[in-house]
Write a protein that binds this ligand. Structure first.
Ligand SMILES: Cc1ncc(COP(=O)(O)O)c(C=O)c1O
Length: 422
C-alpha cells in the first residue's frame, strides 16, 4: 500500500541530507494519490536506458509520428516569430486560428462549427483536463473506454469521480459496444468519453455505433467527450463525428489537434469545439493555468489547416503500408493474433497463446529481443493478454521488429505446445 499523499513513483527517504529529507516528507494533497500516468513515456525512458548500454532497441512504444513537421508549417512559425508573435495571445486562441479550425471542422466533421465555439489549447490532452475539471463533481461517474488512453481514467480519479470502464472487445472489432455502454449508465453518470479512431486498438466506430451512443447520451442527458485526434489517420471507411448527429453538438466536447495529423507533437497545439455554455469555463481554466497557447505555434496551425494537405495524405498512405506490414508480420508468428485496424497507428495483438501476460511479454521483448512495446494493461484493466505496438517507425525497422518478436515468441509457443503434447 502506498502511504497517503505519496506518489507511486516517489522515491523512499533514506541516507540523504536533512533538506532532502524534508522535501521527501512533504505532504502532498490527497488527490495526488489518485492521479495516474501515461506509461508510454516511462517505457520510452526504460528503452533509452537500455540503448545507452549499447543494446539495439526498436521503438514501437511511443505514439507519435516519426515524420518531421511539414516544411511549410515550420516556415510559417519562423515567419511569425520574426513578425513579433512572441507575446501573450488571446486566451482561447488567435482569431485567425479559431476561424481556420471552424472552417476545417465544418468541412470534415459534418456540422456547422462557428469560431466562437473553438477553444485553442496546448495539445489535445488539456481538453481532457479542462472538460473533466469543468463538468465533473466528486462522486459523479465518468464512463471511459478500457483499453483506452490512460489519461481519461486518471483525470476522472483525480477529481474524485468514479471512473467506470466500458470494455472494448476484440470480438467486436475493438469498437465500443453501445449496448454495453447503455448498461453502465446510472443516475450518477455525467460524462461519457469516446475515442475513434482509437488508441490503443485502432478501432473505428461506425456511423450506426455513434447513432446508438448518441441516443444513449440524449436519453440520459449526458455530455460526451469525443476524442477525434486520429480522425484523419483513417485507412478505410468514413470518420463520423458524434457531434454531427441530431441534438449532439450541444452536448459534445470535440477534442482534436495537430499532434498526430501534422506530426506536431512537440509544438503542443490542440483544440476543443464546445457547447456555448462551456466557452467561458474553458477560458477561465486556461487563464488559471497556462494563460494562452504559444503564439507562433498557433500561426503554424493556421498554415497547417489552410496550406497544402499533400504531406498529410502522404503520411497516412505510408502508415497504411506499415500497418499491413506489421499486421501480416505479427499474424505469421504462432501465438499472436492481430486484427487489421482501420485507423490510428497502433496494433493491439492478442498474445494469450504465448502463455504470458502482455506485461511479461513486453519485458521479454525489450530485454531479450530489443523491441520496445507496451503491455495492454498500460491502457486499463481488461487487456491483460495484449500488447500495443505503434507503427510510427520505418518499414525497415518494423520488419526487423517483427523478426525479433518472432525470435522471442516462437520458442515460447513451441515449448508450450511441446508441454501440452507430452
Ligand atoms: C487518444 C489520444 N488523445 C489525445 C492525445 C493527446 O494528444 P496531444 O499530444 O496533442 O496532447 C493522444 C496522444 O497520444 C491520444 O492518443
Amino acid at each position: 500500500m502506498l502511504a497517503r499523499g505519496r506518489l507511486p513513483t516517489q522515491p523512499r527517504v533514506g541516507g540523504v541530507t536533512e533538506r532532502r529529507n524534508a522535501e521527501m516528507n512533504m505532504k502532498l494533497a490527497e488527490r495526488m494519490s489518485r492521479i495516474g500516468t501515461e506509461t508510454a513515456f516511462e517505457a520510452a525512458a526504460r528503452a533509452r536506458a537500455l540503448e545507452a548500454t549499447g543494446r539495439s532497441v526498436i521503438h514501437l512504444e511511443i505514439g507519435e509520428p516519426d515524420f518531421d513537421t511539414p516544411a511549410n508549417i515550420r516556415e510559417a512559425a519562423k515567419r511569425a516569430l520574426d513578425r513579433g508573435a512572441t507575446h501573450y495571445s488571446p486566451t482561447v486562441g488567435i482569431p485567425e486560428l479559431r476561424a481556420a479550425i471552424a472552417t476545417d471542422a465544418t468541412a470534415r466533421k459534418g456540422f456547422g462549427v462557428s469560431p466562437d465555439r473553438v477553444v485553442v489549447v496546448p495539445g489535445g490532452k488539456p481538453v481532457m483536463f479542462f472538460a473533466i475539471l469543468a463538468l465533473v463533481n466528486e462522486g459523479d461517474e465518468v464512463i471511459y473506454p478500457d483499453p483506452g488512453f490512460p489519461i481519461y481514467e486518471s483525470m476522472a480519479n483525480y477529481v474524485g469521480a468514479v471512473a467506470v470502464p466500458c470494455p472494448i472487445r476484440q470480438e467486436n472489432g475493438f469498437r465500443l459496444d453501445p449496448a454495453e455502454l447503455a448498461s453502465l449508465v446510472t443516475a450518477r453518470t455525467k460524462l461519457v468519453i469516446i475515442n475513434s479512431p482509437a488508441n490503443p486498438t485502432g478501432g473505428v466506430s461506425t456511423r450506426q455505433d455513434l447513432e446508438r451512443i448518441a441516443a444513449v447520451a440524449r436519453e440520459h442527458d449526458l455530455t460526451v467527450l469525443a476524442d477525434e485526434i486520429y480522425g484523419r489517420t483513417l485507412y478505410e471507411g468514413e470518420h463520423v463525428s458524434i457531434a454531427s448527429l441530431p441534438g449532439m453538438a450541444e452536448r459534445t466536447i470535440v477534442l482534436d489537434g495537430f499532434s498526430k495529423t501534422y506530426a506536431m507533437t512537440g509544438w503542443r497545439l490542440g483544440y476543443a469545439i464546445v457547447p456555448e455554455a462551456l466557452v467561458t469555463p474553458f477560458s477561465r481554466l486556461i487563464v488559471n493555468s497556462v494563460s494562452c497557447t504559444n503564439a507562433a505555434t498557433q500561426w503554424a496551425g493556421v498554415e497547417a489547416l489552410t496550406g497544402p494537405q499533400d504531406a498529410v495524405d502522404a503520411m497516412v498512405a505510408e502508415f497504411k503500408a506499415r500497418r499491413d506490414i506489421i499486421v501480416d508480420g505479427l499474424n505469421s508468428i504462432p501465438g499472436i493474433t492481430c486484427l487489421r485496424p482501420s485507423g490510428a497507428f497502433y496494433v493491439f495483438p492478442d498474445i494469450s497463446a504465448t502463455g504470458l501476460t502482455g506485461a511479461e511479454l513486453a519485458d521479454r521483448l525489450l530485454n531479450e529481443g530489443g523491441v520496445s512495446a507496451l503491455a495492454g494493461t498500460a491502457f486499463g484493466h481488461v487487456s491483460v493478454h495484449h500488447l500495443r505496438f505503434s507503427y510510427a517507425n520505418s518499414r525497415e525497422n518494423i520488419v526487423e521488429a517483427v523478426r525479433r518478436t518472432r525470435a522471442v515468441v516462437e520458442p515460447l509457443v513451441e515449448a508450450r505446445n511441446g508441454a501440452a503434447v507430452s
